[in-house]
Design a protein around this ligand. Sequence first.
Ligand code: HEC
Length: 113
Amino acid sequence: MLVYSLGATGGRAARADADAGARARAAARETLDLGATQYATYCDSCHGPNAVNLGILPDLRYSALLHSSEAWRDVVLGGAMADNGMAGFDAVLDPEQAEAIRAYVIEQANAAR
Ligand code: HEC
């Protein structure tokens, strides 16, 4: 990579920014991988592989709940839709894992556009 620097300080700052960007991307990748694993373990039997629905249940990629991590948690962990057959998963998932699944489903939704 060729880097043009306006000065030593500017160059360092730019490199620090690049490092921070790389770290952020790696962290995002980790979250998505965690979400994919958790989804495959706990969700895809009903909601379909890769978050593509099997034609019976709502397709999670188009769920309005994706827009709110709180509403997502209420359903996925808290069992807010348990009466409809969607049990809460708080016995096996923590909030970070539930959030990772949400990130994963959002990624699948974006990939489908
Ligand atoms: C045993 C089958 C089953 C499993 C496993 C399951 N779900 Fe569900 N899910 C349902 C059913 C049934 C509904 C409710 C359908 C309805 O009322 O329209 C639902 C609804 C939902 C909704 C609401 C969608 C909407 O916008 O209406 C979300 C979000 C959701 N599930 C996420 C998950 C996640 C995340 C997992 C894995 C942690 C999971 N589900 C695992 C059966 C399941």
